[in-house]
Design a protein around this ligand. Structure first.
Ligand SMILES: [Zn+2]
Length: 308
């Protein structure tokens, strides 16, 4: 039942965060990803990352349970004391009573992304078939906009190359809110992208990660040239290329096929393997089959994506 504007006690009990002035509460059924009873449907000012700081302060000074609102999600981390945040003096914040109450999806629940990883992959590949055939679904971008204000329930996270010719929403024929996309030249796993993917699968309950490379990748081609000629690239590019080099070295040992194509596919497989072995979040959710992690290569010539 929505709380009234004056029901401060109920809001505080519900949200656990005193600066939350939102009067917009609703039953969990109104929120795509919600599993708990009632949820605050508004984000607290500053967004989810600024919120960490706010919630840490609120937790330390006012509440026995550390509760963070991640957009639509209510988060009460069940963590060891070692993992608790420190205050400015370096002391661990007292844990109080820790429970998990992350708004989450369960298969069979009402959330749009409470689906099996295989079903998410099927929807992606069916969307790609529509895209390649130039028969995409008709879309009304304004419908659903109000619902998207309240939260997001993407069906897949995509780690894609930054190449302008590879547009995941288009290539998979998906709409706003359907894909959680992180992009970097050469679609490599680095700490920031890994953290973003962790956010997607842990808090948004995304059931599938796809690493998406593409034919004619300039980043992979640059790694080949660096290895062959020893050329030194400017700026921060050497660090990026270094992350791709191992895949090129493996591809160079292949007898058949085109080196660039082989290196692109090998790089995708390598990043998939890295994710599967990235503790603590991705590795655990993959090992327990909560998520799947696959690799794909987008063919610039045909628009088709092949699983590698
Ligand atoms: Zn590329």
């Amino acid at each position: 039942m929505p709380f009234g504007n004056g029901d401060a006690d109920a809001r505080a009990k519900h949200c656990g965060y005193s600066p939350c002035r939102s009067a917009d509460f609703a039953k969990s059924s109104a929120i795509p990803n919600a599993r708990a009873t009632d949820q605050c449907v508004r984000n607290i000012e500053g967004g989810p990352f600024a919120l960490l700081t706010q919630a840490k302060s609120a937790y330390a000074s006012e509440y026995p349970i550390w509760r963070i609102m991640w957009g639509h999600a209510q988060y009460e981390p069940n963590v060891s004391r070692r993992a608790l945040p420190k205050d400015r003096a370096g002391s661990r914040l007292a844990p109080g009573r820790m429970t998990i109450a992350i708004a989450a999806n369960t298969p069979g629940g009402s959330s749009p992304n409470a689906i099996a990883p295989a079903d998410a992959l099927k929807r992606l590949m069916e969307g790609n078939a529509r895209y390649a055939a130039n028969t995409p679904n008709e879309r009304d971008f304004s419908s659903g906009r109000a619902a998207r204000v309240r939260g997001q329930s993407p069906i897949a996270a995509i780690l894609s190359c930054a190449d302008s010719r590879v547009a995941p929403e288009l290539a998979f024929d998906q709409g706003p809110g359907d894909l959680f996309i992180v992009r970097v030249a050469g679609n490599i796993v680095n700490p920031d992208l890994l953290a973003s993917l962790e956010y997607g699968i842990e808090f948004l309950k995304v059931p599938l990660i796809m690493v998406l490379g593409h034919t004619g990748c300039g980043a992979v081609d640059a790694a080949i040239k660096v290895l062959k000629t020893g050329v030194v690239l400017p700026g921060h590019l050497p660090g990026l290329i270094a992350a791709i080099k191992p895949a090129v070295i493996i591809a160079q040992k292949r007898q058949s096929g085109n080196l660039l194509d082989n290196a692109v596919a090998e790089n995708v497989r390598r990043q998939v393997a890295r994710l599967k072995n990235s503790p603590p979040i991705v590795q655990k959710l993959y090992a327990t089959k909560k998520i799947d992690i696959v690799g794909g290569v987008y063919d610039l010539a045909t628009g088709k994506i092949a699983i590698v």
